[in-house]
Design a protein around this ligand. Sequence first.
Ligand code: SF4
Length: 260
Amino acid sequence: MTDPRVLPAPGALPRERYGLFLAVRRGTPLAIAVVALLAAAFHFDGRGWWMLACVAGIAVAWPTFLSGGAYLRSRPAIMRWDGLWALTLRPLARWLGQEDAWILSFCAWHNHRVREAFRDRKARRALILLPHCIQMARCKAGILDDLQACYDCGKCAVGDYMNAAIAGRWEGRITNRSHKAYREAREYRPDLIVAVSCTDRLLKGLIKLPETPSYVIPLALPHGMCVDTDFSVPHLMAAMEALVQPAVPPAKVQPLVREA
Ligand code: SF4
């Protein structure tokens, strides 16, 4: 039996680039609030309506200022609102040729907030969700049923993931359908999901599972959608190190000593 290959070093979590989504999500209602306030100050007619518009603008922007525990408690509602913004403006982003940038910015904004929320209180019951397309298409190893069926040949990311998962005693699922991943997540009831997928599935997953904080990592698609995709195992390791409490090694069992 060959020794497992040396795992890559996890390094630091990359900086989250959420400026685009935040500028739109927070900037638009705040701009409306400022305009309405100015209109209320300079137009005596309909001042009440302008004030109402100002308050509404502030109320819509307010959830973007929540962080830490307040963010986690309000996350289902926040995700529904933010998801609505992401989905509504997605066709415009596509028309501008910025669809991936828009979705990745939405994901990065919530990654940033999840990182803030778990900075001092790490997750105890994390679940990793991975898509089956990270396995090389021509590989016959039955990793869907048993991850350790992987031969660790080094031709795809599964081998490194398997070694890291064994070393860190991570709980993870590799699935070939999104609805199976959602079902696994609902059954396991994690306090944090770390998910790897393409941008479209990440957006849908964040909206479908708003109640569970999720840190998401986008797939690389060097051969197009759903075939021989790739992801950064060091990035996943860095996320687990930063957000999840290390698994406690099994307690040493003392051998029974028969009394003389
Ligand atoms: S590392 Fe090798 S054996 Fe394991 S899933 Fe990938 S191609 Fe198959």
